[in-house]
Write a protein that binds this ligand. Structure first.
Ligand code: UT7
Length: 328
């Protein structure tokens, strides 16, 4: 079977208009703008309005992506939504998006792999094209983590934000598009980052609600150490897979979890921050949406040029990680 090149033919993003600044958080919990900026790099984040769900953000990001690519919803073969905060346990958020886009010829499913979700979904979508099964695959990362944030817990409430990003995958020309990827997981550390309630292990009940098990639980320090190590490992391995070096990277787009994680890894790589996409200050950690939002902004701002090597890298719950190298 021939393996076809797979490229990103369109990008899109959507963030809800409501901004929550660090000053707003100072009024809610014992924190300060200074602490949050110094320890995380976050200045503000977006919060979805009342009644707005993950699919609503995903649909807006998808529409902006399809417009950019000049493709109609009816042309799509597959829609994958990566999200740690889906509308429901089921149906899949991707099915809700599919209906709204009029993508009547598309299959649709979700992938739930925390902050690595978009990279896993991108790699999965690319397989369908590279083997010749599908021509147009829409991959979306969308989150409303504000719904699962304990606004009384200063350890987590300053970190997360809502938003969505999308890419359209199509067959590419020889030498362009995805040239290597790596995916990994370590489930033995799964308890470090979890949303305990609402699944079959701890079904929703009053007792669990009273214990706050419906909120994101993260052991920040341990996840931080993992994140720095795995970011370095994932970038090193994905470059090795395609025979490239750190200096070949035109733009590195890491998951936006903490500016100190990104800076530590780049220091190790001796990579100047001008070649790294950072927008955590504006949006906080939007989990599986962070990379497609950052990619959208990089394209919009002319930071990605044709022929350039772009490396995407994510890490998060699972624990899990993934990286993709592509020629733009
Ligand atoms: O996206 C998925 C992957 N997620 C990540 O990669 C996140 C990884 N973790 C992190 O980014 C960082 O660990 C955090 C930002 C979550 C925390 O930063 P830290 O430098 O590891 O702080 P810490 O948890 O060690 O806390 C240091 C101190 C503590 O006070 P004491 O015990 O030293 O008195 C905390 O209570 O900072 C305190 N603290 C705060 N103070 C003011 C924690 N959160 C806050 C806050 N405001 N919001």
């Amino acid at each position: 079977m021939d393996v076809r090149p797979v490229k990103i033919a369109g990008v899109g993003a959507y963030v809800p208009p409501q901004v929550m600044t660090n000053a707003d958080l100072e009024k809610m919990v014992d924190t300060s703008d200074e602490w949050i900026v110094e320890r995380t790099g976050i200045r503000e984040r977006r919060i979805a309005g009342i009644g707005v769900a993950t699919s609503d953000l995903a649909i807006e990001a998808a529409k902006s992506c399809l417009l950019h690519a000049g493709v109609a919803g009816s042309e799509l073969d597959l829609i994958i939504v990566a999200s740690a905060s889906p509308d429901h346990l089921f149906p899949a958020t991707a099915c809700i998006v599919q209906a709204s886009l009029g993508a009547n010829n598309a299959a649709a499913f979700d992938m739930e792999i925390g902050c690595s979700g978009f990279i896993y979904a991108l790699v999965t979508g690319a397989q369908y094209i590279s083997c010749g099964t599908y021509e147009k695959v829409l991959v979306i990362g969308s989150e409303t983590l504000s719904r699962f944030t304990n606004w009384n817990d200063r350890n987590t409430c300053c970190l997360f934000g809502d938003g969505a990003g999308a890419v359209l995958l199509t067959p590419g020309e020889e030498g362009e598009g995805i040239i290597s990827f790596i995916l990994g997981s370590n489930g033995s550390s799964s308890s470090l980052l979890t949303l305990p309630m609402g699944g079959s292990r701890i079904p929703a009940c009053k007792e669990s609600l009273d214990q706050g098990l419906h909120y994101i639980h993260m052991e920040g320090k341990a996840v931080f150490k993992f994140a720095v190590k795995v970011l370095i490992k994932a970038v090193t391995e994905v470059l090795k897979e395609c025979g490239r070096e750190i200096d070949d990277i035109g733009l590195l787009i890491p998951h936006q979890a903490n500016i100190r994680i990104i800076e530590s890894a780049c220091e190790r790589f001796r990579m100047p921050m001008e070649r790294v996409m950072v927008n955590i200050g504006q949006y906080g950690n939007t989990s599986s949406a962070s990379i497609p939002i950052a990619l959208f902004e990089a394209v919009r701002d002319g930071r990605v040029k044709k022929g350039q090597l772009v490396v995407l890298v994510a890490f998060g719950a699972g624990l899990s990680w993934g990286s993709v190298a592509l020629v733009w």
